[in-house]
Design a protein around this ligand. Structure first.
Ligand code: NAP
Length: 400
């Protein structure tokens, strides 16, 4: 018999979570079903372990991608968006992006409809995971990337098009722009005070709640003063006005408070490699964050174990950061780590951190036992390659 569940709510900036919350999930295409089966078992076991049976998740499948197309003729049924909106928190596996267009991207649709303005990517190393640097354990950052503006606002005009030429003429004739080569493609990069400050606020609040030592504003303000530079200025201003009691600037350096600092984007790529332990929470604009997230993930052993979340106010969607790896579909072979760790983020977000902690211990245990999926086994001396499902079993066996 199906167990009745309740709805997660959000009021006054806080989640209200029943003991049996209904959480919609999209299993994903390609290897998605293999990964989801394994992940769901890990989530259920972790919740049972952490809360001694007093809490449980009531999973509700919603369709998207190929599975939705086969069942409904629609890659992204409205029903799916409505259910996620109603239940506020959802988790998804990877989805195929059909070549040739004509279909809305789920991520874009959800981002816009639910105003998921923060793309959050925690990046840390797990002992045993092969990494390209000597001291991967020194990098432990949580990247907050603005998710709506900047290049995602997507205003572009093609080289040689009427609109590009019109805009060029307008810039020269009306706005005093002196040089702009004829026939140029033109892109517009909108960044607002509102959009920047709410992202920085989320990052600072996270640092306070999780006792993180600093928030670094990453920007290219030396070149783009009024967009990237303003992001930095608005960030400092917000910290001063809204978090005065909890934050200090780098120059002030008071112990016990979150230090707000800033770095220019290109320097930051060096810093995360050369002095990774000086950084903790990072708040950055859309394009910088895109690059920095993947670079950081690569530094600790790649995207296979990198989770992500798109979060707004009262809505959150957690997801794998890799694709569907279709050549391995149905083989019970690939690493479920990315979805499982995005579940850890989900538990932390809804205040069920004990379940997340249990899973992290489980993953550390499975890695220490060297029972890992092919992608890790091929680089770990002495490791035993196990299927997706067995890796999940090993995690469950080591839950603490
Ligand atoms: P991909 O699915 O990420 O796969 C590329 C390679 O990454 C795989 O061949 C495999 O490497 C490795 N890999 C990916 N996931 C893995 C896992 N869970 N465990 C171990 N190794 C893993 O990228 P793609 O082939 O470019 O894209 C395939 C489809 O996914 C496309 O339709 C794309 O649009 C879509 N996609 C979806 C998302 C999303 O929904 N978030 C993100 C990216 C791409 P080896 O071959 O070396 O074993």
């Amino acid at each position: 018999m199906a167990v009745a569940g309740g709805k997660i709510d959000y009021q006054g900036g806080r989640w209200s979570v029943p003991d049996r919350p209904i959480i919609p999930f999209i299993e994903g295409d390609g290897t998605g079903p293999d990964i989801w089966r394994a992940s769901q078992r890990v989530f259920d076991a972790a919740v049972a372990k952490a809360f001694a049976g007093s809490r449980a998740i009531v999973w509700k499948e919603v369709l998207a991608g190929e599975k939705a197309f086969k069942a409904t003729g629609n890659w992204l049924p409205d029903e799916t968006l409505a259910v996620i909106r109603e239940h506020r928190v959802a988790i998804k596996g990877p989805l195929t992006t059909p070549v040739g267009g004509g279909m809305r991207s789920l991520n874009v649709a959800l981002r816009q409809i639910l105003d998921l303005y923060a793309c959050i990517r925690p990046v840390r190393w797990f002992a045993g995971v092969p990494a390209p640097v000597r001291e991967p354990q020194k990098l432990d950052v949580v990247i907050f990337r603005e998710n709506i503006e900047d290049v995602y606002a997507g205003i572009e005009f093609e080289a040689g098009s009427d609109k590009a030429d019109k805009l060029r003429d307008f810039l020269i004739d009306q706005l005093g722009v002196k040089t702009l080569r004829q026939g140029s493609a033109i892109g517009v990069k909108p960044m607002s005070k509102f959009g920047s400050q709410r992202l920085v606020a989320k990052a600072i609040q996270y640092a306070i709640d999780h006792h993180r030592p600093s928030v670094t504003l990453v920007h290219k303000g030396n070149i783009q003063k009024f967009t990237e530079g303003a992001f930095r200025d608005w960030g400092y201003q917000l910290a001063k006005e809204s978090f005065a009691g909890d934050t200090v600037t780098e120059a002030e350096g008071v112990k016990g408070k979150v230090v707000i600092k800033d770095r220019i984007a290109d320097a930051m790529f060096q810093q995360v490699l050369l002095r990774p332990d000086e950084y903790s929470v990072i708040a950055t604009s859309n394009l910088n964050g895109d690059y920095l997230s993947d670079a950081c993930a690569a530094q600790v052993g790649g995207l296979g174990m990198a989770p992500g979340a798109n979060v707004g106010d009262g809505y959150a969607v957690f997801e794998a950061t890799h694709g569907t790896a279709p050549k391995y579909a149905g083989q019970d072979k690939v690493n479920p780590g990315s979805v499982i760790l995005s579940g850890v983020m989900m538990f932390e977000e809804i205040g069920w951190g004990a379940a997340g902690k249990a899973i992290v211990a489980g993953i550390e245990g499975a890695l220490a036992a060297k029972k890992v999926t092919y992608d890790l086994a091929r680089q770990m001396p002495g490791a035993t390659e196990v299927p997706t499902s067995t890796f999940a079993d090993a995690i469950i066996a080591h839950l603490k």
